[in-house]
Design a protein around this ligand. Structure first.
Ligand code: 13P
Ligand code: SF4
Length: 328
């Protein structure tokens, strides 16, 4: 259950969160898609792989995970002795929703000669049914280590899988899930924006459909896109991922211009992740105060899911901080 806001009027939430963070020996981890106010008070901000590594390595007793549920569950799988709280338990993910474990299990059983290479944006149950997990920053490094003749099921993101298939000339079987946020970018509107800003490169997340990726100068994870923003030579960048990441770009490079790629109505607001947006300062305060809602995972399931995550950590070694799928 999500903690219910009591009357918080008059509370200095930032000061209270700071006090509780110390009292509880808590670490606040935030994904780049969180609101600027949450990003600004987090101890660490990062992409999915970086946040998983932070969760596994922290000596804090409590992890307050400002991200979505599969990310907080990953933290709990990797750090079972910690209390992991998620400000709003309804912070899900359309990719997770697109891949029910029973259907995934049946699909695997129908393809016994395939291994399952699975995007981290899925449930703990689907992780437990998978051989190796990947994040957008580790997918390329991991796929490169799998023999070319090994048959692979890739789920749940068909766009990331399709991107990898095209780039590596593979024929992975793709699960038909999409991210509703990246799916909403419009090629027509992107082309209009490019015409208004001739020479501005486009950086895109691989969850985007091919119609957007085809116009990208750089494709990579959230950290990869941020690194690209810090190194591209021009003064304007078009960003085809969830627009809250622009907060970090503007902080690091105040003299440059970052423009969110538009959705079909020409307005990039439709690309705000509705799940990430459920976490607020108020809910973070309550989560630290009440130490709930907590992530709990049955031990047998956790151990099964841990195997595919450990495999990722082993195969992704060296990827951390690179955040990179590389140039197209
Ligand atoms: P990253 O691993 O690139 O941070 O992506 C996570 C995600 O959910 C993107 O939509
Ligand atoms: Fe899931 Fe898309 Fe939101 Fe990422 S942006 S958490 S993939 S719905």
């Amino acid at each position: 259950m999500t903690a219910q806001p009591t009357n918080l009027t008059g509370l200095d939430l930032r000061a209270e969160i700071d006090r509780l963070r110390k009292e509880r020996n808590a670490v606040i981890l935030a994904h780049y898609y969180q609101s600027p106010e949450i990003q600004d008070l987090a101890d660490y901000i990062g992409d999915s792989l970086e946040l998983s590594k932070k969760a596994a390595a922290t000596d804090a007793e409590v992890i307050a995970f400002c991200g979505v549920k599969f990310m907080a569950e990953t933290a709990k799988i990797l750090a079972p002795e910690k209390i992991v709280v998620l400000p709003d338990l309804n912070a899900g993910c359309s990719l997770e929703d697109a891949c029910p474990p029973e259907k995934f299990k049946a699909f695997r059983e129908a393809h016994p000669d395939h291994i399952a290479l699975t995007y981290i944006n899925c449930s703990t149950e689907v992780k437990a049914l998978s051989d190796v997990i990947v994040t957008s920053s580790s997918a390329e490094t991991i796929l490169a280590q799998i023999p070319a003749d090994q048959k692979i099921i890739f789920g749940p993101d068909r766009h990331l899988g399709g991107y990898l298939n095209r780039k590596f000339d593979r024929e992975m079987l793709l699960w038909p899930g999409v991210c509703i946020v990246h799916e909403a970018f419009s090629e027509t509107e992107l082309l209009k924006l490019k015409a208004q800003h001739p020479g501005a490169p486009v950086a895109a997340h691989p969850e985007c459909p091919p119609t957007i990726i085809d116009h990208a100068d750089y494709v990579g994870s959230t950290s990869g896109i941020l690194n690209f923003a810090k190194s591209f030579p021009g003064d304007t960048l078009i960003v085809a991922t969830e627009p809250h990441i622009i907060h970090q770009m503007e902080k690091a490079l105040p003299h440059k211009t970052f423009i969110g790629a538009p959705g079909a109505d020409g307005n990039c607001n439709c690309n705000i992740c509705p799940y990430m947006a459920l976490n607020t300062l108020e809910k973070l305060y309550l989560a630290l105060r009440d130490l709930k809602p907590r992530i709990e995972i049955e031990e047998g399931l956790r151990l099964q899911a841990r195997r595919s995550l450990d495999k990722m950590m082993e195969m992704a070694a060296g990827t951390i901080g690179k955040g990179d799928l590389g140039a197209r």
